[in-house]
Unconditional design. Structure first.
Length: 435
């Protein structure tokens, strides 16, 4: 985790202190469950909870023990025993390290998902607000980066809203997918621990028991989780790239908010660069990069190995922290995005009305021309307009082959801007449930 791209609440999920506290809770809940079924004394379970809850786990001390044991869970249990005393012999009864490690990781991933869902809610709220604000702000739609036909800036933002609404659904599903608990002991056979202990601990931690854990929780769950984060990051990049394109000097239909005192360049004082959106593009690349090792973790040997462990120690914090930062940054960009409807109108008019070419094409076919003939008539006038900076309607009116099929009045009707916008309400109703 890089502090520059970390927010405290998400980063705190991945600190050693948080991890050790979750480990303790897993062990203590397991002790309570074992006490209920008579495996360990109830008084021992009470002492474990009482003394462990008051303990401040010393990460330096645990590291010191691990330097000798070369085993992180044993190091923690040894340190826990220093706090609990003789009753610590009842801790970890019938459990294996993976029971603690895997269940803890899933608790952390669930907590991270909850923050990501909240981030998405903020972004969705910003997109909806700005979409309705610019529902009728007409702009040119582009395909291949080239002027196509008119749309509205509100529709652009509605598109993003729908995309991130899907992203939210995916994160909710990924959270559900990974919210499992495994306390099944060596090779997952429950030989030395009763399945009821797993059920009890899962309930206390807000998880569900893993149906079959083979000592480790199946990593296809985690692969789906990190793949989902990668897809969300791709949506972040798509919207950030749109902002970057719109802020180009030659376009300048929208731009990131440029705060008082902000500097765009160390050399050129006039610069106002889309630095936040560019940063988001880079962060998205990193989040996507974590999806592949998560998928490679699925193929573990037999009932367990630890080839996944080093991977998850890196990608767990890095992917969630990075996406959390990116989503909040993107929400801020949209909330403060400076939008220029007048520039949109000027850009719309730059090609002399060529954005009406399809409507003229269709009108000619309705008037009896074949599609090939109609296309040729429209294109020859469109190319003259494009190459010489002419007015498309004027050229069409001067073309006798065109006016033989469509009157001047009919041609003028083809240039009504409202025609292109007549279903904006329908789109908004589909996306937001209201016009």
């Amino acid at each position: 985790m890089i502090p520059r791209y970390s927010r405290p609440e998400m980063a705190s999920i991945w600190t050693p202190e948080t991890r050790f506290r979750i480990w303790f809770e897993i062990e203590a809940h397991a002790a309570s469950a074992m006490a209920e079924i008579g495996i360990i004394p109830k008084e021992a379970a009470r002492v474990i909870w009482e003394k462990g809850s008051k303990a401040v786990f010393d990460t330096a001390r645990i590291d010191e023990i691990e330097a000798v044991t070369k085993h992180d869970v044993i190091a923690f249990l040894t340190h826990l025993a220093e706090h609990v005393g003789p009753d610590a012999r009842f801790v970890h009864q019938g459990m294996t390290s993976s029971d603690v490690l895997d269940t803890c990781l899933n608790v952390q991933l669930v907590r991270a998902a909850d923050l990501l869902i909240a981030d998405l809610d903020r972004l969705l709220a910003a997109l909806k607000t700005r979409a309705f604000e610019h529902k009728t702000s007409v702009t040119i739609g582009r395909s291949h980066g080239i002027h196509a036909e008119p749309t509205t800036f509100g529709v652009k933002l509605a598109f993003a809203y729908a995309e991130f609404a899907r992203a939210r659904e995916r994160v909710v599903a990924a959270r559900r997918e990974v919210a499992t608990c495994a306390l099944s002991g060596a090779v997952g056979s429950f030989a030395n621990i009763d399945p009821s202990v797993e059920i009890y601990v899962a309930d206390k931690l807000g998880l569900v028991p893993e149906p079959v854990s083979t000592q480790v929780i199946p990593r296809d769950r985690h692969a789906m989780y990190f793949a989902t984060l990668g897809v969300v990051a791709s949506s972040v990049e798509r919207l950030a790239t749109e902002v970057r394109h719109l802020q180009r000097t030659e376009v300048l239909e929208a731009e990131e908010y440029f705060s008082p005192g902000q500097k765009g360049s160390s050399a050129m004082p006039h610069k106002r660069n889309p630095v936040l959106s560019e940063n988001l593009t880079g962060l998205a690349r990193m989040v996507r990069a974590y999806a592949l090792p998560a998928m490679e973790n699925v193929a573990l040997w037999h009932e367990r190995d630890i080839s996944h462990s080093s991977v998850e120690r890196m990608i767990g914090p890095d992917a969630t922290v990075t996406l959390d930062f990116a989503l909040v940054r993107l929400a801020g960009v949209i909330e403060k995005l400076v939008i220029y409807p007048e520039t949109m109108k000027r850009n719309l008019d730059k090609l002399g009305g060529l954005h009406n070419s399809q409507r003229v094409l269709l009108a000619l076919t309705q008037a009896g021309a074949s599609r090939e003939e109609a296309y040729a008539l429209v294109q020859r006038n469109a190319m003259k307009t494009w190459e010489k900076g002419l007015d498309f309607l004027t050229e069409l009116k001067a073309d006798k082959d065109v006016t033989a099929k469509l009157s001047a009045h009919e041609l003028e009707a083809m240039f009504d801007l409202g025609y292109h916008l007549k279903h904006v309400d329908t789109i908004f109703s589909r996306v937001f449930g209201t016009a």
